[in-house]
Design a protein around this ligand. Sequence first.
Ligand SMILES: CC(C)(COP(=O)(O)OP(=O)(O)OC[C@H]1O[C@@H](n2cnc3c(N)ncnc32)[C@H](O)[C@@H]1OP(=O)(O)O)[C@@H](O)C(=O)NCCC(=O)NCCS
Length: 170
Amino acid sequence: MPEIETARLRLRYFTLDDLDNLFRLYSDTEVMKYLSPRSREQTEASLRKHIQHWQAHNLGMWAVVHKQSGKMIGRCGLGFLDNTPEVELGYVLDKSYWNMGLGTEASIATLDYGFVTLKLERIVAIARPENIASRRVIEKVGMKYQKLAHYYGVDVVYYAISQSEWEMRE
Ligand SMILES: CC(C)(COP(=O)(O)OP(=O)(O)OC[C@H]1O[C@@H](n2cnc3c(N)ncnc32)[C@H](O)[C@@H]1OP(=O)(O)O)[C@@H](O)C(=O)NCCC(=O)NCCS
């Protein structure tokens, strides 16, 4: 399982010791406004899935560590889009760290891993239409809007980028 370092972040694997940090994030109603806040039990189940997903599929969610403070401030990585074989980018960051470009920085590292290391052909991302910050990150990393769609039981905007588009981006 790879660990990745960017200018300001370390993307590392999750361990069960991350439960308190992840629960702080997943129980925050503002952070989880467009997802769903989770109980401690649900967070523990998610954490176990994050860990197992890597072993099963060679891709998954990293814990995002802010290098300067040493704090675990979120999660970012790849997963399968709602029971499809399509690979999607996903991220959640602690609200104290929003709007500093960190979501974009983590996403670029994630897409690079997907295209360069895994040699994926295409990566998608979805967001609730009203989730402006997430849409902005998706657009900043070069993904292109494709359609309105319905996944995980909700209406979403659906974006994608191919490996060749990733290689040709500025
Ligand atoms: C989505 C998320 C990870 C973005 O992280 P981030 O570190 O703030 O992202 P960045 O700083 O790289 O980019 C955010 C962009 O959104 C813009 N933005 C944020 N809120 C905005 C608003 N209300 N109106 C307009 N633009 C907004 C910022 O200005 C920035 O764009 P810019 O660089 O062009 O100025 C973070 O907001 C988050 O964790 N949200 C909650 C979880 C979530 O919704 N995850 C995605 C589910 S699809």
